[in-house]
Design a binder for this molecule. Structure first.
Ligand code: FAD
Ligand code: SF4
Length: 534
């Protein structure tokens, strides 16, 4: 009997006694939902089977937001439905199956024992611990494992190593230029960058002024299908005490949704993406952002499709070059660069703590209940939607944790838990490296440290906040501003060695001993207060 027929009969509870030999067991992970994945190039339904498992440990290893759990489960179930429609054999374990063993390793070990495949085929995993779990499980079962390169990235780990070799330091800008040349994105035929320059950052730092953004047309929503509705119910029942809400769940969960989300972004928001990519506004979670990270990270969309669509909009005069370059820089530059950093420095990277930060994460990160308006806005929308845009993550929640001196591993676990797009390869370098400077400068050339005045310039959050971003001490001093000066004081010797911090450290010279003591005392009181609120 052929494997395909056996699997069909087994699914109907009519399996024969003799199980045919299984050539490849093709493992599809929750963030590998491309029906044309590299794992399937030689798939033969007569002798191979796909394997997927919903496991609780992936939702509980960090205290995951309900919407994050739902995005992955819904994506997986839609994928499984498409596979079944193709008539391909699929071994799929649901979360609510009473026999579910709760972890990827335990589920896979059981299947290897039962199905005895000649080989497991897998696209390289996106998280270090998943890669290790699969490798160890296959080795323990004595089954050959073939890991295939993930073609959803434009730079492989080998290419990143080649880029990094011999360099004193890694900087995104040089990496990005190499990728522009390699892909031809935004390049002229003579090899020069479109518009004569690589970088339009100076045009891309606008704020909304006092008037706020123009009337915004919200992004395209993807209302829950029957599959998604069942997942939302399951998540609510199984993880009732997890953070976050599901009421507004509208994320793209299929490749078709992903393409529609891309079209909507290109047509409606790309034009203003560049100018306002760093701006924030009360009650406006999306502004001109693409909301494409979920579709990209689950591999519903390919980054080249996304970048080419943006480039086409510029070439056809539908979007300015500065906006398009700013957007492509994020996808082609930052996204690929952080992945390279992750695989180059793991597993040690996860444990780095260059600034010796040991403060606990304040409890309001899980509730949004704080009188600091910027934080209550950024965390509030995170709990509502599982989303905050880059500057909210970097210069509000991340900045506060950096200045307060929170243990980077706690900050990492929070970011991995609360965002719908969170997968460790992208989350960890952004958190530990870019936001917390815990890697001592591998990822960023200097800490992203700023006073509350930065937030005041880029948003309207400070209006109506009980604190004043211009004050560093006293009852109405903005905690960001107090902690900023304290951060410079605490790390003065280290920061004085960094050329790029010279302007900021020079300002320390203006503080006499009494002023320094006032800042240190007020910061100590803030730390005691926030530690008590954890
Ligand atoms: P847009 O602003 O529209 O940007 C377009 C795309 O560019 C994004 O979809 C994303 O794929 C890519 N991109 C932009 N910035 C980055 C970046 N710094 N690194 C990698 N890709 C980038 N992104 C994740 O996908 N998952 C995470 O878990 C994650 N954690 C983060 C944690 C911190 C502390 C910080 C500072 C950033 C993090 N980011 C993460 C990067 C970025 O904030 C999100 O990709 C972005 O906010 C997603 O929203 P969007 O799709 O609307 O992005
Ligand atoms: Fe945030 Fe400080 Fe502004 Fe308040 S005053 S919103 S705490 S930056």
């Amino acid at each position: 009997m052929r494997w395909k027929d056996f699997a069909r009969k087994e699914a109907c509870g009519r399996s024969s006694q003799i199980m045919p030999a299984l050539r490849h067991l093709v493992v599809i992970l929750g963030d590998q939902l491309d029906p044309d994945s590299a794992a399937l190039t030689d798939f033969d339904p007569e002798q191979d089977a796909l394997w997927m498992a919903e496991v609780a440990s992936e939702s509980t290893k960090v205290w995951s937001h309900k919407a994050r759990i739902a995005v992955f489960l819904s994506g997986m179930r839609h994928y499984a439905a498409a596979v079944r429609q193709r008539g391909w054999p699929l071994q799929y374990r649901t979360l609510d199956d009473p026999g579910n063993r709760g972890s990827l390793a335990a589920e896979l070990a059981d299947s290897l024992h039962r199905l005895k495949p000649q080989k497991v085929v897998l696209v390289e995993a996106g998280e270090w611990h998943v890669r290790e779990a699969v490798r160890n499980t296959c080795a323990a079962a004595g089954v050959l494992l073939e890991e295939r390169e993930d073609t959803h990235f434009l730079c492989s780990s080998t290419q990143f190593e080649a880029h990094a070799k011999g360099r004193k330091g890694l900087r995104m800008e040089f990496f990005y230029r190499e990728l522009r040349q390699r892909t031809g994105l935004l390049m002229e035929t003579d090899g020069t960058p479109a518009g004569g320059q690589w970088n339009f950052d100076h045009d891309n730092r606008g704020n909304f002024g006092k008037g706020g953004p123009d009337t915004l047309r919200g992004p395209r929503r993807f209302l829950p299908s029957e599959i998604t509705k069942a997942v939302l119910e399951l998540v609510e029942a199984r993880f009732p005490d997890h953070p976050g809400k599901l009421a507004a769940f509208d994320w793209p969960v299929t490749p078709e949704d992903g393409l529609l989300a891309l079209e909507d972004f290109i047509a409606q928001r790309l034009v203003d993406f560049g100018t306002y990519q760093d701006a924030m506004w009360t009650g406006e979670p999306w502004l001109y952002h693409s909301r494409l990270s979920v579709a990209l990270n689950l591999k519903l969309l390919h980054p080249l499709t996304v970048c080419r669509a943006a480039e086409k909009a510029w070439r056809e005069g539908r979007a300015p070059l500065a906006a398009v370059e700013g957007f492509i820089r994020q996808v082609l530059g930052w996204r690929e660069y952080v992945r390279g950093i992750y695989w180059r420095f793991m597993p040690d990277y996860r444990e780095m703590n260059a600034l010796h930060a040991e403060q606990p994460l304040p409890g309001f990160y899980w509730t949004g209940k704080t009188e600091m308006r910027c934080l209550s806005q950024a965390i509030g929308q995170t709990l509502e939607y599982g989303y905050a845009h880059h500057i909210q993550r970097l210069m509000v929640t991340g900045l506060f944790a950096l200045l307060l001196g929170v243990r980077p591993q706690e900050v990492h676990e929070w970011y991995l838990a609360v965002y719908v797009d969170a997968v460790e390869w992208v989350e960890l370098p952004n958190t530990l490296g870019m936001s917390q400077y815990a890697d001592g400068g591998i990822m960023a050339s200097k800490p992203y440290a700023a006073t509350g005045k930065y937030i005041q310039r880029m948003s309207n959050y400070c209006t109506g906040c009980p604190y004043n971003p211009a004050e560093s001490t006293g009852p109405t001093a903005c905690p960001f501003t107090t902690l900023y000066w304290d951060f410079l004081l605490r790390h003065e010797p280290l920061l004085r060695k960094n050329q790029r911090m010279s302007l900021q450290t020079k300002n320390l010279d203006r503080l006499d001993p009494a002023a320094r003591k006032k800042i240190t005392d007020q910061s100590d009181r803030l730390r005691v207060r926030f530690a008590a609120e954890t």
